[in-house]
Write a protein that binds this ligand. Structure first.
Ligand code: RP5
Length: 174
């Protein structure tokens, strides 16, 4: 019985938790999910808000910790306190992704995410899709410290990326 339970838990393992303040953030945050998928890293992605669903957010975080989560990625727009609230619930590393906002183009989200008071760190990435993808890469780099397969995959990713730049040509002059 106990063994079966352990097996069930193993299957339910999610190494990275991806959370966003609204389903409207998914277009940006799916870039983090895609990177996890491409590296074969299990993840759970949810839309949960720091101010609209605070209790469910806390429950999800503690549930993720039980499922073996090693890092959280949190994206929100506007008064983007979601990543800070996530970090307040866990000692696991939290990566913040500022979502582009309608009126301030994400500068508000960036400042709200990055300007954490001392004591509760949020590692904040760039505004938008690049930030979401980099948040996943940063979390994966952390996982790779103790995982040689993952380290290899990250090196391959970098090599391919460099090759792409080397092979790129500029367009002809008009
Ligand atoms: C934030 O407010 C969300 O993270 C989102 O970026 C923004 C707008 O949310 P919706 O009004 O689209 O649900 O909480």
């Amino acid at each position: 019985m106990i063994e079966q339970k352990m097996a069930e838990n193993k299957n339910d393992e999610k190494l990275i938790g991806i959370v966003m303040g609204s389903t409207s953030d998914w277009d940006v945050m799916k870039e983090a999910a895609k990177v996890c998928r491409d590296f074969g890293i299990s993840f759970d992605a949810r839309a949960l808000s720091a101010h609209r669903t605070p209790d469910e957010l806390g429950e999800w975080i503690s549930g993720m910790e039980k499922r073996g989560c090693k890092a959280f990625i949190a994206g929100a727009g506007g008064a983007a306190h979601l990543a800070g609230v996530v970090a307040s619930h866990t000692i696991l590393p939290t990566f913040g992704v500022p979502i582009p906002s309608k009126y301030m183009k994400g500068l508000d989200s960036l400042l709200a995410t990055v300007q954490m008071p001392r004591g509760i760190p949020v590692s904040t990435l760039a505004i938008g899709e690049a930030g979401a993808a980099n948040a996943a890469l940063a979390a994966i780099s952390m996982l790779a410290i103790n995982n040689d397969d993952l380290k290899k995959k990250l090196i391959e990713f970098r090599v391919k990326q460099s090759e792409k730049v080397r092979k790129a040509t500029l367009p002809e002059l008009d």
